[in-house]
Design a protein around this ligand. Structure first.
Ligand code: 5GP
Ligand code: ZN
Length: 114
């Protein structure tokens, strides 16, 4: 997926504020943060959305969640709270067609979301 913006970040072709890398994931700060802490955790492999996930992706999905947990604990929001979000498709406002897990924290997050 040559033109995919998140693939390009994974390949370090365009800059991003990278938080950490694991064997199958990259975590970087959102360019338009919606909360004081807003990190995107993406698989290095191009997957368009949650709909692309199959049984063989259980490991990478687990790794994405583990990275989110690690960042939340490191940032001290494990007790105050945080939100993990996968947007999928137009009604959810998915703007980048490369699977990504949003980690949002450090402010009170409304529910239900808009
Ligand atoms: P979505 O709406 O698809 O769930 O979220 C896409 C997110 O990617 C948005 O929050 C948007 O701000 C972020 N984003 C889009 N382009 C870039 C970029 O080039 N760099 C970074 N770091 N974030 C981006
Ligand atoms: Zn991609």
């Amino acid at each position: 997926m040559g033109g995919c913006i998140f693939c390009r970040i994974v390949r370090r072709e365009i800059p991003a504020q990278i938080d950490q890398e694991s064997s199958q994931t990259l975590a970087f700060h959102d360019i338009h943060p919606q909360a004081p802490l807003h990190v995107l955790i993406v698989p290095k492999e191009h997957l368009s959305s949650i709909l692309d996930l199959g049984k063989r992706h259980s490991e990478v999905l687990g790794e994405m969640v583990a990275v989110a947990q690690k960042i939340a604990c490191r940032e001290g929001v494990d007790q105050s709270g945080f939100r993990l979000v996968f947007n999928c498709g137009p009604d959810a406002g998915q703007a980048v067609d490369h699977l990504h897990l949003h980690l949002l924290a450090k402010r009170k997050l409304a529910w239900p979301p808009g």
